[in-house]
Structure formats: structure tokens, C-alpha cells
Design a protein around this ligand. Sequence first.
Ligand code: SF4
Length: 263
Amino acid sequence: MPLDHPDFHRISNATAQGPASNPALVEKVAALNIALRHHSATDVLRAAIGEVPNLALVSSFGAESVALLHLASMVERDLPVLFIDTEMLFTETLVYQHELTERLGLRNITILRAADIVARDPDGTLYQTDPDACCALRKTGPLNAALSGFDGWITGRKRFQSGIRSALEFFEVEAGTDTAPARIKVNPLAFWNAGDVNEYITENRLPRHPLVARGFPSIGCAPCTSPVTSGEDPRAGRWRDRIKDECGIHFANGEMVRTGAKI
Ligand code: SF4
């Protein structure tokens, strides 16, 4: 696609996240978005696996994760899947992660844990005093380190989840830094809404996270997640009564960015 193509500018402006973006990567992402514009999540996954040589899927094994994990298992069971164990998760999440991995036949799961939790959060109360630092220690740091070995990663983000995601495309460029190259970020479910996710889980008879039935439509770490009541935003139980409203797991220029949504 020529650089003066109008679609190139529309899409690359929407997907490049900073000055360190790789122009060749931006062009590749723009071309993929155009080529797959009317295609399914499965088509996007297949294309991503074909086009991005070293790709990982990042999953929280949360309330909606099973949909993307099932799609991935149908396309490539050896796809690397990264799961961050913050050591603050619900026991139900740890059991669900194990059972779902078995059920879907996923063969390449890596569990990420921060190496320096004991030194930096010895009594496990950092989430109370500085939740941003706690997320950086337990989530962002381990994930960023793990992703340094990959050319791209697959997320479960969707347009309906928040304002900034309303322009989400299937493929994005995650800008690089002085020490890390730019990466491709793939969002196969970008155009799904909440009903699509529910329908997919129901029609494929997939097991839901057990906490969903107990009022947790969005599930993170145990100390920072509470059930929601009828009529509340599905994500209202994450960091309830705190200014913080997301974990900073998505990066721009190697730094965590506030996306206004939670994983
Ligand atoms: S969600 Fe809470 S406990 Fe988990 S890493 Fe973030 S601040 Fe820490």
C-alpha cells in the first residue's frame, strides 16, 4: 500500500502510539487492517499467526477470557499464552486457569511472576498505599519483560469497553523504546460487543469463571475486585472507591498508559 493512500493515514494515525513507532510496521499494520476489515476474529487470529512470526497471547483468565482462548485453541494450540500470576489472584482464578488450559488443550502456557515481590512488597500491602506501584511490580513489569521476547501480542480488548477503545482496530503498533523494538498488538475481538462474547461462550458451551455467577463480571486481583450490583457498570468492582481504574497493562513507548478500561 502506498504511503499516500488515504486509508494508510487514517489507520496508521489511529494505531501508531508514539514517535518510536517503526514506519515499516505501521505500514504492515495498516495493510492488515484494510485486508481484514470485514473478516472474523478467527480470520484475524490466523492472519496474525501467519504474519507475525513470534506472537504471544496474553490472558488474565478472567470473566470473558475463555472466548479468545477458545478461538486460539481452535487455530493453534501451541500458541504461546502468557498468564500473569500477581500472587494476589482469587484461588478461583488459579483453579480456572489450570482447568481451562486442560479443557482447551492449550500446550504452551507460561505463568509470569515478579521476581522481587518479597523485597519490594514484603507484607503484601503495597496495593493499599500505592496501587499503581503494585500493578507495575506485579503485572506490568513481568509482562513487559516477557514480551521483550516477542514480536507481537494478542489481547482480548474490545471497542465497547471504553471511550479510548472505541477506535480500536484489529492490528495496532505498540511503539518501541531505546531498548525495545516496536511490536504489533492484535485485537481479534475488537468489534465484538458484550452480547457477542456471551453468545459465543453459551453456544460453545464453554466454562465460565466461577466468580461471574457470584456477581463479578470483571475479575482482577482479590484485594482490588468486588462484586457489582444490578445496574452498576460491569467494571465498577475493580479498584472500587479508588481513583485508579485500570492496571496499566497496555503500553505506549514502553510505559504503561491509562486506557480507562480494565483487563
Ligand atoms: S490489581 Fe491490586 S493487588 Fe493486583 S497488582 Fe494491581 S494494585 Fe496490586
